[in-house]
Design a protein around this ligand. Structure first.
Ligand code: DCP
Ligand code: CA
Ligand code: CA
Length: 358
């Protein structure tokens, strides 16, 4: 089966985070600074697109950026804790849609949407992820969707900012335009080696044999670069995120507002979710009822309790949430889901005092 692999990268990330909490900076060039110990010195972490129009970019010394800036350019010192907080909220949203997520940096993650729905549905999922991040957090990102990591990453740069680029056909033509520096793993040092051998674009690699690349870069890297030139990349998405939540959803046989009918499904889903969550030996505090109504609106109702440590308790909370939903809404339920989150460190079952002894 053809794989469906996506790369999500947040747009001008640190600057976007700052603009989110400082609305007065809207429509202004914004530059984020990593200050150094010496006064008035430091490096540029990133710049929003208006500041990039002034030729200010990541890695540049602060002094140079100040020379390029206009009067209205706003300089802000980086607040990494705040960016990390937003970053984890973003990837929790991705976790909700996909269980195979590999975060590769503060603002970037691959996710594998191959199963169970395949490439056709992957596009829908990417659209939903973008919407939810926008709607819940107010942030934009760009997603590349393709058949492997290399192509997903390249695709993610095609429609920045706030873009979704699907690369499934015409891969050879797509790669024709790309410079050697665009290739995964090629930095300044490797770019020099390529260029000294007359390779300026990715397609120029095809003029050489695999053995030539192995000679320049060693076996592993040489072979990878050679394969990359043909759009081949066998690297898997290696999930590296702790599960932030466990959830299951089901579509009702027909749209319904009948309490017993819906509750019956909720009990089954709660059982599945509770067992899955207990496997990871986690305690959790939040239970949610997720409803998709007949208009395809998504409604989530949640309750947080000190500890939901038995299936019975989970079902009780879900029952109350269903009552609330039916009281508040007139719409019919099409899909229903149960989710638990807000995990706590430690084992799922509390040790008794007796067990702690000895
Ligand atoms: N970063 C940094 N120093 C660098 C490069 C990046 O501190 N030399 C930080 C700030 C960025 C974040 O990492 O906001 C993500 O880096 P990206 O390369 O993804 O760049 P941006 O997200 O800022 O911009 P883009 O919209 O091009 O992705
Ligand atoms: Ca980014
Ligand atoms: Ca990035």
């Amino acid at each position: 089966m053809q794989k469906a692999i996506a790369l999500l990268d947040l747009d001008y990330f640190y600057a976007q985070c700052e603009q989110l909490r400082k609305p007065e900076t809207k429509d202004k060039p914004v530059v984020i600074v990593m200050p150094s110990l010496r006064e008035n010195s430091g490096a540029i972490a990133t710049a929003n697109y208006l500041a990039r129009d002034q030729k200010i970019k990541s890695g540049m010394p602060l002094q140079l950026a100040k020379k390029l800036a206009s009067k209205e350019t706003i300089f802000i010192n980086a607040d990494k804790e705040y960016y990390k907080e937003l970053s984890s909220k973003v990837f929790e949203i991705v976790d909700f849609f996909c269980s195979k997520v590999e975060q590769v940096s503060i603002d970037e993650a691959y996710f594998d949407l191959t199963s169970p729905l395949g490439f056709e549905k992957a596009e829908d999922t990417c659209i939903k992820i973008k919407e939810k991040i926008k709607c819940e957090l107010g942030l934009t990102c760009s997603i590349g969707l393709s058949t492997n990591k290399l192509l997903a990453k390249l695709a993610s740069n095609e429609k920045k900012p706030d873009g979704l680029f699907i690369l499934r056909e015409g891969i050879e033509k797509f790669l024709e335009k790309k410079k050697i520096r665009d290739l995964f793993g090629v930095g300044v040092k490797f770019e020099k080696i390529f260029k000294s051998n007359g390779v300026n674009k990715i397609k120029d690699i095809k003029n050489f044999k695999k053995e030539d690349l192995v000679e320049w870069f060693g076996k592993a890297k040489g072979e990878d670069f050679y394969n990359f030139a043909f759009g081949i990349d066998e690297r898997n998405v290696e999930p590296n995120r702790e599960k932030q939540q466990v959830s299951r959803m089901i579509t009702l046989r027909s749209d319904s507002r009948d309490f017993e009918n819906i509750f019956e499904q909720i009990k089954l889903l709660s059982d599945l979710v509770f067992n899955e969550a207990s496997k990871t030996h986690k305690r959790f505090k939040t239970a949610s009822l997720v409803i998709v109504n007949s208009n395809y609106d998504n409604i989530t109702k949640s309750k947080t309790k000190t500890e939901i440590n038995s299936l019975k308790k989970l079902i009780e909370v879900e029952k109350a949430l269903l009552h609330e939903f039916l009281d508040e809404s007139l719409s019919k339920v099409r899909r229903v889901g149960v989710r638990v989150s807000n995990f706590e460190e430690g084992k799922g079952t509390q040790k008794t005092l007796f067990e702690f002894k000895g």
